[in-house]
Design a protein around this ligand. Sequence first.
Ligand code: NAD
Ligand code: DAU
Length: 349
Amino acid sequence: MKNILITGGAGFIGSHVVRLYTNKYPDYHIFNLDALTYAGNLENLSDVEKMPNYTFLKGDIKDINYINGIFEKYRFDAVIHLAAESHVDRSIVDPNAFIETNVLGTANLLNAFKNLWQGNYEGKLFYHVSTDEVYGALGKEGLFKETTPYDPQSPYSASKAASDHLVRAYGNTYGMPFNISNCSNNYGPNQFPEKLIPLFIHNIRNRKNLPVYGDGQYTRDWLYVTDHAKAIDTVFHTGIRNETYNIGGLNEWANLNLIKLLCEKMDAKLAQPAGTAAELITYVKDRAGHDRRYAIDNTKIQTELGWKPEMTFQEGLEKTVDWYLNNETWLNNVTSGAYQKYYAEMYES
Ligand code: NAD
Ligand code: DAU
């Protein structure tokens, strides 16, 4: 049996990776390490928590003593590292939180993995989950390739770029086997309602304004979250070690077009006259340093590893809207702080 540490497994993408791995690989023991920040929520894993091959570890990747202790105790064969501060707007307000978790936290995990295996890395892997934002912003043309030079523009993307560089440096200097994947914008169930799609679903439901930054022509390449989880699984099992893979949905949308589509779907679901949700669209001050466009060239992972996105955007958005409308309690809990009570009852009583 392999012991696999997944960090950030109570968050949005991490919870889908934990679900995939616990179900698909009964011979792996999955340890989910999460600090349960505002973005981490064990309710995301209520269907997984009693599985015999799953253990939750509440801890902070910034805490070097704790990290060293769990590596010594559980002797992780592989790490899939997702824990991070992940929201660009928060990084503009409090950059240090991002430097501490994303850079120093990643360094703590790398050091613990290095100290544990002492150069005997046969069958071991440090897999770092990163973002396309490290490449900076595109103009109207072009796509991010694995060879695109790094040019991060926000404190968030700079902290992720720094962590990517550290992972490569440990591979080069200490011979540590690693993979890095850089993915485009994810959407789907369990995403914290600070990010565009869940925030706007929540606001339409509650008849609150939809704050569109700038001219609304900023463009993102959207991928359904379970497609990302499957891509991580593909790289983990079949990726060439020490290679980087870009992951994207081949699905570019200018924000305003996406928001209009979302409004149409919400009008239909809420059985309200067409145009009702769109009345809430409100142009607000732009995000500082806002990256104009992201788009991924995923040729490498498609041709070399055979992964491709499965979910169409129409279907994925439909599923996402349905999930949020059917999980109002989840939404109310994560927005009200009641989740803290859930955690105390679940794990501290
Ligand atoms: P998220 O914010 O939903 O979840 C992050 C998780 O990490 C939470 O459960 C949180 O409690 C945990 N965490 C935060 N700080 C921690 C710490 N110091 N110690 C331990 N746990 C901590 O994020 P997400 O959107 O699921 O993103 C996961 C990863 O994927 C991140 O590394 C992010 O950079 C990357 N990524 C995200 C996207 C996207 O569109 N969301 C796209 C590409 C890459
Ligand atoms: O590209 C991958 C990245 O995608 C991940 O690394 C990040 O963790 C993830 O948060 C996401 O970053 P973005 O900044 O692209 O996502 P966000 O949902 O915050 O914003 C999407 C677009 O919508 C962006 O152009 C900003 C705009 N926006 C966002 C919010 C929250 C608005 O116009 N209004 C809003 O209220």
